[in-house]
Ligand binder design. Structure first.
Ligand code: NAD
Ligand code: UFG
Length: 336
């Protein structure tokens, strides 16, 4: 199949790119490098042993993207390109709506104009869309009540995609990721955000590497067994496999499709559990101190993954220890 990946040099996109190349699809990569480095392209090629075409473009450059879609006869798009900082989304809401919502709409228009036949589109949505879940484990049928601008942009795109799939030859899936962590077994690609990390594992990595003195744990009196917040951490390799399963599922469909799937493990872990296990499996010390709760954070979320298990024929394989070892493997080896 001829496949385009947007945001392909980023954390999740690069892992999916490697898997797609291993399956011998023809792959075109696109990224504007807002949150990634061009060196990831060589790493993707090195791991997969394949050459690929890369375009440094903004996802909002509709006419250029339409031309690429026509030239390469693109049949499927994985859309990762977007801004993902919850904090920045509150400070720069316009930018977030423009890149995440308008960018997705522009990409869909380019696909529609550039291809007449069946169009497969797989979108990176987020568990943030649920807000503060009332029922756990959280199912796809749970109300979407995002508490931050980032989550609202994901909801905006999902609403648009659902409408789009009602007409025309569209097969669309939104994958709602829980908390992706870990890296490729080669240790070459992983989560490498520009600037100060906001997510838990990149922050722990910085402390393990001695670049930060201590980890700040946001909140110690959540209604959980140890007072720290609980999330569903999923290995990026398991997450990437979920994308291949979604592609296979859509490729078989004849009628129009719009569907949403949670991608998580179904298990929740507290921040302190993550810190303690990271120390144990990697034999490093993570000094920490408690800090006030982060604005907009929720106490607990973990996924009900039975829908993805049965319809996508997908399940996670990696244990928490494997995820935490693999998170550190990348940081330990990283030189930039
Ligand atoms: P990332 O920042 O590592 O990757 C996103 C990539 O998109 C980057 O390489 C960036 O340079 C590129 N990009 C940003 N704006 C662009 C634009 N306007 N045009 C072209 N390229 C652009 O993030 P990630 O963790 O790989 O996340 C990928 C997707 O998954 C995002 O849409 C994100 O919102 C979503 N998601 C991520 C998480 C997570 O915790 N990592 C959780 C849920 C959903
Ligand atoms: N945390 C700390 N210290 C840090 C960083 C995080 O204590 O330095 C805590 C947070 O307060 C939270 C937990 O670790 O309780 C997880 O925080 P993350 O920022 O890693 O993850 P979130 O659940 O807040 O959000 C992430 C991504 C979103 C994504 C969502 C999906 O940032 O993009 O997971 O569940 F949508």
């Amino acid at each position: 199949m001829n496949i385009l990946i947007t945001g392909a040099l980023g954390y999740i996109g690069s892992h999916v790119a490697v898997k797609i190349l291993k399956e011998n699809h023809n792959l075109t990569l696109l990224d504007n490098l807002a949150n990634s480095k061009i060196s990831n392209l060589k790493k993707i090629e090195k791991i997969s042993g394949k050459k690929t075409d890369f375009y440094k473009l903004d996802v909002r450059q509709e006419s250029s993207i339409k031309k690429i879609i026509e030239k390469k006869n693109i049949e499927a798009i994985f859309h990762f390109a977007g801004l993902k900082s919850v904090k920045n989304s509150e400070n720069y809401p316009q930018d977030y709506f423009d890149v995440n919502v308008n960018g997705s709409k522009s990409l869909l228009r380019a696909f529609e104009k550039g291809r007449a036949g069946k169009k497969i589109f797989i979108f990176s949505s987020s568990a943030t869309i649920y807000g503060n879940p009332k029922l756990l484990p959280c199912k796809e049928t749970h109300k979407e009540q995002p508490t931050n601008i980032y989550g609202k942009t994901k909801k905006g795109v999902e609403i648009f995609l659902k409408k789009k799939a009602a007409k025309g030859n569209w097969k669309i899936i939104s994958l709602r990721y829980f908390n992706p962590i870990g890296s490729h077994p080669s240790g070459l690609i992983g989560d490498n955000p520009k600037g100060k990390p906001e997510n838990l594992l990149p922050a722990i990595n910085k402390v393990a590497k001695g670049k930060e003195k201590e980890l700040l744990i946001f909140g110690s009196d959540y209604p959980t067994f140890d007072g720290t917040a609980i999330r569903d951490y999923i290995h990026v390799e398991d997450l990437a496999n979920g994308h291949l399963s979604a592609l296979k599922y859509l490729a078989k469909k004849r009628k129009n499709v719009y569907d949403v799937f949670n991608l998580g493990t179904g298990r929740g872990h507290s921040v302190l559990e993550i810190v303690k296990n990271f120390e144990k499996v990697n034999k490093v010390e993570i000094p920490y101190k408690f800090f006030p709760k982060r604005k907009g954070d929720i106490a607990i979320n973990y996924a009900n993954v039975s829908k993805a298990n049965s319809f996508l024929n997908w399940e996670t394989k990696k244990s928490l220890d494997q995820m935490l070892k693999s998170t550190w493997l990348y940081e330990k080896n990283k030189t930039n």
